[in-house]
Ligand binder design. Structure first.
Ligand code: CDP
Ligand code: MG
Length: 749
């Protein structure tokens, strides 16, 4: 029953130098590589479009779309993979075999922790068992939470197919800004963030009879908060069942948290996996992975390959390089079989994501982020290539924001990754790092998100739920007190909390929007008399919620120039935010057509999504009784932007360089900014976010007046002879606030 990993220390090298590991694993070297990739990636990301990606995948773009278009339908082709076959497959799953015993334990307990190997059928089977067992009989819903959007989407599709129903009917999903459920829906998949939002509106989650908190071992921020809330909900609703599913790591913690709740282990069978470490550390993990994959492909043994990378950029680079190498090899040796290269990461369009589950004539090579560690299971994997790295959201106090950093994975994750090779037979895992690095540089377990990210949004929600005293909230793992204080301070700056840390009327309104606090403040104040520009601001927020919309073809200089000049045509001189409004309006007035987007080098799917988000935000505005008004004076819109983003302001220094007014950090205009390359740059700007690609780049920049900054950012800035000053003022205010919080805490304790 326990997973057996055979560790073989020496690197087996059968074909000579191809498998000679060089130095990898050292964080520094990886960082350098990552920086290089990220720089390239930032450029490429803007220019990569679906058809290009499809070409990398083997030019079968339309084949994928065809079966996908049968909506509400399936992504596994019925002909090759009928329902009968699915049933056979289901019956083989360990969860299916443990069904009656599992349902007995569910009936006897209010809280149950279900532990099972990845791929044993927890996610796809348990919700169906509950449905079949009649937990939805009286109209109650079975809710299943996932930490990741991709998983919520793909798993609900799979389950609807297994149940033989159309997606959106009995089985549906809800992710942010996308609701595919109906009045018939009984099994609802959603992200944990969605359930948390629902808990705001309906604190006892009345419409659910069962909640499955899936992938709890991932310890996402929202899952952790929900678990804390469940402590209270479960005492009030004795009829509600909570099932927490977890891979083997971390499981005991959940059980202990709920007063030694019952555990149920799905007996699993796994095959031994040969684990091979690199003899010496590797310098370039992408190149090493590509070599290793090619080597595996050249070997004749069958079996698909799964390679773990850190994110979109290096996944794309890996896929491209693999494609290049293979094309060359196939030219030299015509008998060589093609390799189906399949990327998967969270922002990949859904139709391309679904491809990883399709049957393929050829050997598959899935290049994935850590999403394939536990959330998604691709059958047939025999070989795993593990870079030992992942991207992790970490709060950077210097920048005052969350950044994605490339970091080594934990030992638990390393085992999880290698285990993916031993699901259907003995497997092989190549770790692109040394055994020394594994034992000496890796944490035993991953650090939960709650302990490493910005908590502003979370604190806002908790305050809304009247969790006044955060020190008494039942956290599974407590976040550091500094993080809580920083979040409270940020919310105070935005006017969401008063001097005593209580939610203000504005703060209350802000918590109704499923977006970052600065953006929800922006939306709310845009309907104020002073601005009256909420229509445009809704557009801005919708456009900021989608991936970059500009396409810049990668290898064609002439096309690049054309796309650049078209982009310039759209640009509003002083503001990227207004440029977004401009594009959105043109997209709509041109009938939301794909052809218009193609002609103008714009991402059609993203713009469609922006239209949907726009209508959802408008609905929330209406429900909050906030007027939706259009303002033809775009200076007012810039002023309104300043009134919400005054905390992210910068002053011009020289040659396109700006200095952050609060932190003194040097920052540049992003090359796609409308101000970029302009001769006479404005003295002050606000920005939406920082992109870190070696240097700090401001992304989405708008010129503002110094006076506006003083007016709205009075807590930070004051006018001095030579312009704005900030430091002392801020320090004073900051001390004031910390003192207030301290006092408040003393009062309570
Ligand atoms: O949740 P857990 O890791 O225990 O397993 P699961 O996600 O329920 O997967 C059970 C089986 O369903 C695996 O063999 C998957 O390959 C299969 N599956 C699939 O074919 N397509 C999906 N979209 C999801 C799961
Ligand atoms: Mg699962």
């Amino acid at each position: 029953m326990t997973k057996k990993l055979e560790v073989i220390e020496t690197v087996r090298d059968k074909t000579g130098d191809l498998y000679k590991y060089s130095k990898l694993g050292s964080a520094l070297v990886n960082e350098r590589r990552a920086n290089k990739d990220r720089k390239k990636g930032a450029k490429d990301a803007a220019s990569m479009n679906n058809s290009r990606l499809a070409k990398i995948l083997g030019g079968k773009e339309n084949a994928g779309d065809a079966s996908e278009s049968k909506e509400g339908g399936t992504f596994l082709d019925d002909q090759t993979y009928g329902r009968q076959a699915i049933l056979q497959q289901r019956k083989r799953l360990p969860a299916y075999q443990a069904r009656s015993e599992l349902m007995k334990v569910v009936a006897e307990n209010q809280v149950l922790v279900v532990i099972g190997e990845t791929g044993s059928g927890k996610t796809t089977q348990i919700p169906q068992f509950l449905y079949d067992e009649g937990y939805c009989r009286y109209g109650g819903l079975v809710g299943v939470t996932q930490p990741r959007r991709v998983a919520a989407l793909s798993v609900s599709k799979r389950v609807s197919e297994e149940m033989g129903v159309r997606l959106g009917q009995e089985v549906g999903y809800t992710i942010r800004f996308e609701d595919r459920t109906s009045s018939q829906t009984r099994v609802k998949f959603m992200t944990d963030g969605i359930l948390l939002r629902e808990a705001l509106m309906d604190p006892e989650l009345d419409k659910y009879s069962c909640i499955v908190m899936d992938e709890a071992h991932e310890r996402s921020l929202n899952t952790d908060i929900l678990l804390g809330l469940f402590k209270r909900i479960l005492t009030r609703r004795r009829d509600l069942k909570l099932i927490i599913t977890s891979a083997t790591m971390n499981a005991f913690k959940f059980s202990r948290f709920f007063g030694n709740a019952e555990q149920f282990t799905i007996p699993g069978r796994t095959y031994p996996v040969d684990v091979m470490f690199s003899a010496i550390a590797v310098q370039d993990y992408v190149a090493s992975a590509v070599k290793q994959i090619i080597r595996l492909h050249l070997r004749s043994e069958p079996g698909d390959i799964l390679c773990f990378m850190t994110g979109q950029e290096d996944i794309e680079t890996t896929c491209e390089e693999l494609d290049k190498e293979l094309t060359d090899l196939m030219k030299a040796d015509e008998t060589l079989e093609p390799l189906e290269i399949l990327p998967i990461y969270s922002t990949l369009p859904a139709d391309l994501q679904a491809k990883i589950f399709r049957k393929s004539k050829f050997r598959k090579c899935v290049v994935a982020t850590n999403i394939a560690e536990t959330s998604l299971t691709v059958d047939g994997i025999r070989f795993v290539v593990d870079t030992g790295l992942m991207k992790l959201k970490v709060y950077n106090p210097k920048l005052g924001m969350d950044t994605l950093q490339i970091t080594p994975i934990s030992l638990a994750q390393a085992n999880q990754r290698s285990g993916r090779a031993g699901r259907t037979g003995p497997g092989l895992c190549y770790r692109l790092y040394t055994q020394y690095a594994a034992t000496n540089e890796m944490f035993a377990e991953p650090i939960p998100e709650i302990q490493r990210t910005n908590l502003s949004n979370t604190i806002l929600l908790l305050k809304y739920l009247q969790v006044e005293d955060l020190s008494k909230f039942p956290f599974l793992d407590r976040p550091p007190i500094e993080t809580i204080n920083t979040a409270q301070y940020d919310l105070w700056c935005l006017g969401a909390l008063d001097n005593f840390g209580r939610l203000t009327a504005l703060g209350k309104k802000m918590s109704n929007f499923p977006i970052d606090p600065a953006l929800s403040r922006l939306l709310i104040i845009s309907s104020f008399k002073q601005f009256q520009c909420s229509k445009e601001v809704i557009t801005i927020v919708a456009m900021l919620s989608i991936p970059p919309i500009f396409i810049r073809p990668m290898h064609d200089a002439a096309l690049q120039r054309r796309s650049d000049s078209i982009r310039e045509k759209f640009q509003v001189a002083e503001s990227d935010h207004l440029t977004l409004v401009n594009i959105f309006n043109l997209f709509r007035s041109n009938g939301c057509k794909e052809s218009w987007c193609t002609k103008n080098f714009l991402q059609y799917k993203s713009l469609r999504r922006a239209v949907e988000i726009h209508s959802q935000l408008s609905q929330i505005m209406k429900s909050q009784k906030l007027a939706i008004l259009s303002n033809p004076n775009w200076d007012v819109i810039r002023k309104c932007l300043c009134a919400s983003f005054f905390h992210q302001a910068a002053q011009f220094k020289k040659h396109g360089e700006y200095v952050n007014l609060r932190t003194g950090l040097q920052m540049r205009l992003h090359p796609t900014a409308s101000l970029y390359g302009m001769g006479d740059l404005p003295k002050y700007v606000i920005y939406h976010e920082l992109l870190l690609t070696g240097r700090e780049y401001m992304n989405y920049v708008t010129a503002v007046d110094g006076e506006w900054l003083c007016e709205f950012g009075e807590i930070f800035y004051a006018v001095k002879e030579k312009g704005l000053t900030s430091r002392e003022n801020q320090a004073r205010k900051e001390r004031d606030f910390t003192r207030l919080i301290e006092e408040q805490r003393k009062l309570i304790s």
